[in-house]
Write a protein that binds this ligand. Structure first.
Ligand code: GDD
Ligand code: MG
Length: 344
């Protein structure tokens, strides 16, 4: 049986996705048809998780406003907002303690006194979590990590394990130049409550740099290798890719590229791109490998390639936006103007 409860980390600043994250946390940015966080929680709910505690810091109100019913993605939702950033392990401890002391909510018991899930809130995957749990139980592990093969592990955590899955080494953000190819931490964990006891309270603690090292040293950290679909949607290129993968048949489910509430001229060309609700694409415009957020407007004859057009932003007629450009909320690109990379 799947653990009843999960902690999902969603308190980061989303620095790499600025200016899109100036008004909202990255987990509230839409991926095709819903905020990122709903995709993450729907995956947990599909695998049997009933309750999620969202660990928040930066702009927590964006979540409570969107999910005022207390439900999200098919699971019950609670919030634990840190007074200051506590790092990935500190945040998990804080969230677990908050849930245990009731947080003003009804319902008894401590949901984190038994095996639970913990996830990075920017990770989308089709890997079967049941297999992760099965390995965890079979080995009697204290913590078990989902891992994914990666040619360049330098922006991830590199995880080395033996034939039984036992982890011998965890290296967070290995320096490029060192060993950079291998199995990386997918940011999806099964944890025993004893892991919480290893996290010193009241100061920032990194799961990746501190806590996992201690569990590995005791021989009770395990890793499951998975070659299923996985992406961390937290950079401009990977945010674009996460959207495009969901419309192009690379995922277990495929979604429509054009919102039924968007207006796309029959004279526009849209290739491998997502156009969200209330957005407009005029005649002669061309979209390629791009994401147009709600309410944005692409003028006649404009070209947008490998870029994100922010909420209610305007790309003027004949303008050209390319090379992983991010346009913030309400920004205007003048008619005929050309932008290559960068942020506005
Ligand atoms: N509550 C809270 N407090 N959340 C935080 C904090 C914090 O202090 N710091 C980060 N987060 C959240 C982020 O919002 C995100 O959902 C998650 O924790 C991971 O943070 P990222 O900033 O996205 O980390 P990363 O992508 O560089 O690296 C992590 O993820 C990789 C896989 O995607 C590490 O876990 C790597 O080891 C891993 O390979
Ligand atoms: Mg990330």
């Amino acid at each position: 049986m799947s653990p009843h409860s999960a902690i999902v980390l969603a308190g980061g600043l989303g620095t790499r996705l600025r200016p899109l994250t100036e008004q909202r946390p990255k987990q509230m940015l839409p991926i095709v048809d819903r905020p990122m966080i709903e995709h993450v929680i729907a995956k947990l709910a599909a695998e049997g998780t009933a309750e999620v505690v969202l660990s928040l810091g930066y702009r927590p109100d964006a979540f409570s406003a969107a999910y005022s019913s207390g439900r999200c993605g098919g699971a019950g939702l609670r919030y634990a907002t840190e007074p200051e950033p506590l790092g990935t392990a500190g945040a998990i401890l804080f969230a677990a303690r908050r849930a245990a002391t009731g947080n003003g909510e009804a319902g008894g018991g401590d949901p984190f006194a038994e095996t639970f899930w913990a996830l990075n809130g920017d990770v989308l995957t089709d890997a079967p979590l049941s297999e992760l749990l099965a390995l965890h139980r079979a080995r009697g592990a204290e913590a078990t990590i989902l891992t994914i093969p990666m040619a360049d592990a330098s922006r991830y955590g590199l995880v080395e394990s033996d034939g039984t899955g036992r982890v011998s080494r965890f290296v967070e953000k290995p320096a490029s130049g060192a060993v950079t190819s291998g199995w990386i931490n997918a940011g999806v964990y099964v944890l025993e409550p004893s892991v919480l006891a290893r996290i010193p309270p009241g100061r920032p603690v990194s799961m990746e740099r501190e806590t996992f090292a201690a569990v590995a040293a005791d021989g009770s950290l395990y890793a499951l290798h998975s070659e299923d679909y996985w992406i961390d949607a937290g950079t401009p290129a990977s945010y674009l890719q996460a959207n495009i993968d969901l419309i192009s048949g690379r995922r277990a489910t495929t979604l429509g590229a054009l919102s039924p509430r968007a207006t796309v001229s029959p004279g526009a060309t849209v290739v491998g791109s997502v156009v969200m609700e209330r957005a407009t694409v005029e005649a002669g415009a061309r979209l390629d490998g791009s994401v147009v957020l709600p309410g944005a407007r692409i003028g006649a004859g404009a070209v947008v390639a490998d870029s994100v057009v922010g909420y209610d932003a305007v790309v003027g007629p004949g303008a050209r936006v390319a090379g992983f450009t991010l346009l913030g909320d309400g920004v205007t690109v003048a008619a005929g103007e050309s932008l290559q990379g960068g942020r506005r």
